[in-house]
Unconditional design. Structure first.
Length: 358
């Protein structure tokens, strides 16, 4: 037990802040469950960006999800100021006893000072203003890479709260409405639950994607083996164009839900699949959260920090000695050779290994 661990019996309300992208937010979901398990009386709220809300809504350990809408800034100073003030008043009325800030975003540090909780914890930074604003700080991993889930849970360990392995599971609730919609879409498409492979080949960061030609070749090989494939992608134009390029290379129609699904519906679709295949992206983390075996292709990003969590999986990587580099493509070109050179045969072999287990 750490010498300055907190007494959870004295805490009534906690706020967990994670102002990052969809996958980052989803990977915080065990933090809420661990807090609730160790202090069932706690009312736990979340503060995240509005577009990521579906990652945490309906989480059984969360009382309320507060959001910051990045559109506020685009609507002008007056509207932004009014919305920021309204949010601050809402949070202040909650009288939080504990704030857990899980990123380096300075907004969380300012909010912690303004809300004046008894206890607050964040990653240690080199800035004195930052460190003095929290009652507890903890270091980031320096040498050995650790999964992001474990790094998030370090905030609780610093407070004297130690999770069990069973408590580290991701939590993502699609909800009945999303599940019913997906069941209807699958039935209309002639696809049976647990009898198809879900492939989401795109990412908002295209330097993380596998070439369309290789995705198409993979689908053809899976089809020859008798597997049905369902495709999905976000409605962004570049993602739609990649799906079109994939389908142009196929000899038969494929079920395609590109641009048709909300995040909750995407999670529901993946939960109905026998296997998920994708790249380092939020949908890959969603697949792990709903318990679907996952094949993940990794290039410049690190699988030790960002790989599928808590689910049977295979990670396919190249042997390039320079990876993971974290760059947006080789030389900043938006094209990652460690991904473009991955052979179809290796991805197919990984898929077959997992399919043999289901």
């Amino acid at each position: 037990m750490v010498p300055d661990s907190i007494d959870l019996s004295r805490i009534k309300r906690a706020l967990v802040i994670k102002l990052r992208h969809h996958g980052d937010v989803l990977l915080t979901s065990p933090v809420f469950q661990v807090l609730k398990n160790h202090a069932p009386h706690l009312e736990i709220d979340a503060l995240i960006y509005a577009e990521t809300a579906d990652m945490l809504t309906q989480h059984p350990a969360i009382r309320a999800v507060h959001v910051i809408d990045r559109e506020w800034k685009r609507r002008g100073f007056v509207i932004q100021g009014a919305q920021e003030w309204k949010l601050l008043r809402t949070l202040d009325k909650r009288h939080y006893d504990l704030i857990v800030h899980l990123t380096e975003n300075p907004r969380g540090a300012w909010l912690t000072r303004l809300l004046r909780p008894d206890y607050s914890v964040a990653m240690k930074q080199s800035r004195m203003f930052w460190n003095s604003g929290f009652t507890h700080t903890y270091p980031l991993p320096q040498h050995t890479p650790r999964h992001t889930v474990e790094c998030n849970l370090d905030a609780l360990r610093r407070l004297g709260i130690y999770p069990t392995e069973a408590e580290k599971k991701l939590v993502l609730i699609p909800g009945h409405e999303a599940q019913n919609k997906i069941d209807g879409m699958l039935a209309q498409s002639g696809v049976t639950a647990r009898k198809f492979i879900h492939i989401h080949p795109t990412s908002r960061w295209f330097f993380k994607t596998w070439p369309a030609a290789r995705v198409a070749d993979l689908i053809l090989e899976l089809g020859r083996a008798g597997h049905r494939v369902v495709l999905s992608a976000a409605p962004a134009q570049n993602e739609r164009e990649m799906i079109v390029a994939i389908k142009e290379r196929l000899k038969a129609p494929v079920v395609d839900f590109t641009g048709m699904l909300s995040l909750k519906e995407l999670a529901a679709l993946t939960s109905r699949a026998r296997l998920f295949i994708g790249v380092d992206s939020a949908p890959m983390h969603m697949a792990a959260a709903v318990g679907t075996p996952t094949v993940a292709l990794f290039g410049p990003s690190g699988e030790h920090q960002w790989g599928p969590w808590g689910v049977p999986h295979r990670v396919v990587t190249s042997t390039h000695p320079c990876r993971p580099c974290g760059n947006d493509g080789c030389g900043g070109s938006k094209v990652s050779e460690c991904l473009t050179t991955l052979p179809v045969e290796r991805v197919l072999a990984a898929a077959n290994e997992l399919l043999a287990q289901t």
